[in-house]
Design a protein around this ligand. Structure first.
Ligand code: ZN
Ligand code: ZN
Length: 209
């Protein structure tokens, strides 16, 4: 089993979409390598200019992660200079290298999930689901895909129960009841499912709500 497959297996018992979480982890690693190790790599700079930079979503990730502010300043100064010289592709023609990588990885991960499913399915967590985007990437009609969808659907019903209980506890007659750790996070699972990207922060042991 390769590294990526074994990471995927580890995400299978965690709440949320395992593909979204693994892609985010890999994006973060790649950003680190761009802004730390490759920042002075002339080939990378040329490629970034040819691509037109990164998409808005991945730029937002750069902002959140801020791997190296110096690396960001150097690479994006370069992009600005080329923009001012009219040498960047139009905004509509940006070919974000992280998006390209994600798409390739998504295909591989879906293949790995179906390939190892009979061995991995016992790992599937109570609140583990495939988000709207990633559930569409499994090969349709295949027996394994149908079973994965049913596991995911079952987990979404559990999320529904969880979030309903979370809402109920705001009722003044019930607000003496404590929130469970998963209830505190439940509203984030909803966002993640609809956004198809990790929008959950583990609050366990931290501040609630
Ligand atoms: Zn996903
Ligand atoms: Zn992108």
């Amino acid at each position: 089993m390769n590294y990526l497959d074994s990471r995927l297996r580890e995400y299978l018992n965690k709440p949320g979409c395992p593909l979204c979480h693994l892609l985010r982890e890999q994006d973060q690693k790649y950003l680190d390598s761009i802004f730390w190790e490759m920042v002075n790599d002339p080939e990378l700079r040329t490629q970034l200019i040819r691509d037109g930079g990164l998409c808005a979503d991945h730029l937002h990730l750069v902002f959140e992660e801020r791997p190296s502010v110096l690396g960001i300043a150097i690479l994006f100064r370069d992009l600005l200079i080329h923009h001012l010289q009219g040498e960047l592709p139009d905004f509509g023609n940006i070919k974000c290298r992280l998006c390209v990588r994600d798409q390739e990885m998504e295909k591989k991960l879906c293949k790995a999930l179906t390939k190892h499913w009979s061995e991995w399915k016992k790992q599937w967590g109570k609140y583990t689901f495939l988000c709207r985007k990633h559930s569409r990437l499994l090969p349709p009609e295949e027996k394994t895909s149908i079973e994965i969808h049913s596991f995911s659907e079952k987990a979404l019903h559990e999320v529904l129960k969880l979030v309903s209980s979370f809402i109920e506890k705001f009722d003044y007659q019930k607000n003496y009841l404590p929130f469970s750790e998963f209830e505190k996070e439940s509203w984030q699972y909803l966002l993640e499912f609809f956004a198809s990207k990790p929008l959950s922060k583990t609050l366990r042991g931290g501040k609630i709500l």
